[in-house]
Design a binder for this molecule. Structure first.
Ligand SMILES: [Zn+2]
Length: 73
């Protein structure tokens, strides 16, 4: 006997357990720090505020600078 293409019964729903703020806080802090580092490299890694010598990092992120509206040249 052939089975129908569309199942007639819905699959059993798995219960969704809420995530507490205590569990979420370290991940939020981690992602926040990552975003700040990314913001630094895109927006301030140039000239007097640069941590690394040379223009390599600036050139790699140059399009992102212009896309986000940071002053560049
Ligand atoms: Zn530029």
């Amino acid at each position: 006997m052939a089975s129908p293409a569309v199942p007639t019964t819905a699959p059993a729903a798995t219960p969704i357990t809420p995530v507490s703020l205590k569990e979420l806080a370290p991940w939020a802090l981690f992602v926040g720090v990552l975003m700040l580092v990314l913001l630094y490299f895109v927006g301030a890694e140039q000239g007097a505020t640069s941590v690394f010598q040379g223009e390599n990092i600036h050139e790699w992120l140059h399009d992102g600078r212009h896309l986000l509206g940071f002053p560049c040249h």
